[in-house]
Design a protein around this ligand. Structure first.
Ligand code: G16
Length: 544
């Protein structure tokens, strides 16, 4: 195999965000932009020569071209095997599983997750380590340094590979294995959940369902598992064909973007269960007939009911949530005597806790939940968890949620996003908030007295690494919180996220609309951060 070493010029904007590098496709199409980043990944790793690398993506625009380039660079750098999903497709949780199952050295996942795709939209790339999880911050920091100093990259002179036929191809010393992207993952799901019970519940009509794949990666996974294996009627999976531009939609599973599903679930004669997943299959939205389950509640309900699922029947070791996620799961942990960890936003922070068995379940307000079965959040896993729960408890979603609130109280929760805010204005808002923090504790606003006001720092309990500046927190005496963060996944300007939560113990007040119940805190949040005043906007871009 002829290997060429080509000179290149560093780009200075290749800093990975919350989950890898996400940029416009046009940025990735710049001369050597992708090549530099991929070579920098390999320059940040040791000991991979002769090992295998998993490769796949969510099928968005530029996926195929990128895979061909990565194959050539990986071959030139000395990997001996590349395991690639057919058509260049792998959902993020499936990629995580395949890295673990085949004991690969690591994996490269091509995705910009829930961001839109197409020639003028977003692309992304991230590296996952051998536990199947996103590379830790120490690695992404080293990677960023390497992107700033790169001067050359290695590339093999081979022709483009056939990605569409399952099987092995040998190119000199390199083996390229094209695998069915769904098979291993479907097998894993069957080992976790009670598929017989699900089949029976579906065929008996006790569960009727609709799954919105949003023209993204979970189409083939959901069709195989829900329709082919579990016997749900054809058409249960809507928008099931992955498209390079997601059909022009925004593959973000929330009520704003999964509108077709939302309209269906709030219509008369709706199915008993509805769900959606995102671009790369790691997020989930759970709905019942006329009801939406917040991701924070979903995590708490999963923790409280895990013993009903075969894989977790023996009990769970502990739980974790990202800092802005509501404290609903904390209440479950307290009652069940389980350890509960609060981590920064980003799935990578759960990795050590999962690896050491400190936790079994974890989740985030950003429509992500998962367990120790892989090291990524997992959209379809969450859907199957809920289906198994409904089948086992023989109750509809709404009743499961209501009963949970009756037992634990309700953490009323919402998030307001202001997207594409001018960077300077966003930084000004953060600075303005920071300046207020020292004087806030002890001050009262209406019925709310500030207990603490700070910036969240996290010390990983396993490797003691410290992550600072992980969001601004204003906590009140009654447990309510207002949290501010700048997103690490956007590609245009800055996205300010405001997270609001309030605990309600009184069962007579559980049926309130969240925006209404949180209106005082919403106004207070504006008083502190002035996002409307400073941007001239009148409302958030998205409310979830
Ligand atoms: C990624 C991370 C998640 C994080 C989310 C939102 O998800 O994996 O851990 O919660 O981004 O991050 P931010 O608030 O910084 O935008 P995904 O689904 O985009 O890969």
């Amino acid at each position: 195999m002829q290997i060429n070493t080509l000179s290149t010029t560093a780009y200075t904007d290749q800093k990975p965000g919350t989950s890898g590098l996400r940029k416009k496709v046009t940025v990735f199409q710049q001369n050597n932009y992708l090549e530099n980043f991929v070579q920098s990944i390999f320059n940040s790793l040791d000991g991979f020569q002769g090992q295998s690398l998993v490769l796949g993506g969510d099928g968005r625009y530029f996926n195929r071209e990128a895979i061909q380039i990565i194959i050539k660079i990986a071959a030139a750098n000395g990997f001996s095997e590349l395991i690639i999903g057919q058509g260049g497709l792998l959902s993020t949780p499936a990629a995580s599983h395949i890295i673990r199952k085949y004991k690969a050295f690591g994996g490269i996942i091509l995705s910009a997750s829930h961001n839109p795709g197409g020639p003028d939209d977003d692309f992304g790339i991230k590296y996952n380590v051998n536990n199947g999880g996103p590379a830790p911050e120490k690695f992404t920091d080293a990677l960023f340094e390497n992107t700033n100093s790169i001067t050359e990259y290695k590339i093999a002179e081979i022709s483009d590979l056939d990605l569409d036929n399952i099987g092995q191809q040998q190119i000199d010393d390199l083996i390229v294995t094209i695998i069915d992207p769904v098979a291993d993952y479907a097998e894993l799901m069957a080992s976790i959940f009670d598929f017989e019970l699900l089949k029976n519940s579906i065929s008996a009509g006790f569960i009727t369902l609709c799954f919105d794949a949003m023209h993204a990666i979970t189409g083939p996974y959901a069709t195989r598992i829900l329709e082919d294996i579990l016997g749900a009627p054809k058409g249960t999976v809507i928008n099931g064909i992955p498209l390079e531009d997601f059909g022009g939609g925004h593959p973000d599973p929330n009520m704003a973007h999964a509108k077709e599903l939302t309209d269906l679930m709030f219509a008369e004669d709706c199915p008993t269960f509805g769900a959606a997943s995102d671009g790369d299959g790691d997020r989930n939205m759970i709905m019942g007939a006329n009801v939406f389950v917040t991701p924070s509640d979903s995590l708490a309900i999963m923790a409280a009911n895990a013993h009903l699922i075969p894989a977790y029947a023996k009990g769970i070791s502990g739980v974790a949530r990202s800092m802005p996620t509501s404290q609903a799961v904390d209440r479950v942990a307290t009652k069940m005597g389980l350890p509960c960890f609060e981590t920064p936003t980003g799935w990578k922070y759960f990795g050590n806790l999962l690896d050491t068995g400190e936790i079994t379940l974890c989740g985030e307000e950003s429509f992500g939940s998962g367990s120790d079965h892989v090291r990524e959040k997992d959209g379809l896993w969450a859907v199957l968890f809920w289906l198994n729960l409904i089948a086992k408890r023989r109750q509809p979603v709404e009743q499961i949620v209501q009963e949970h609130w009756q037992t634990f109280g309700r953490d009323i929760y919402c998030r307001h996003d202001y997207e594409a805010v001018d960077l300077e204005i966003a930084n000004g808002i953060v600075e303005h908030l920071r300046n207020q923090l020292p004087g806030l504790a002890g001050q009262s606003f209406g019925d709310y007295t500030v207990k603490y006001a700070d910036e969240f720092s996290y010390t990983d309990p396993i490797d003691n690494s410290v992550s600072n500046n992980q969001g601004i927190r204003i906590g009140f005496e009654d447990g309510s919180r207002i949290i501010y963060r700048l997103s690490g996944t956007g590609t245009v300007g800055a996205t300010l996220r405001i997270y609001l939560e309030k605990f309600e113990a009184d069962t007579n007040k559980h049926d309130q609309d969240a925006q209404h119940a949180l209106s005082f805190l919403i106004n207070l949040a504006e008083q502190f951060c002035e996002v409307k005043k400073r941007t001239g906007r009148t409302e958030p871009t998205v409310i979830t």
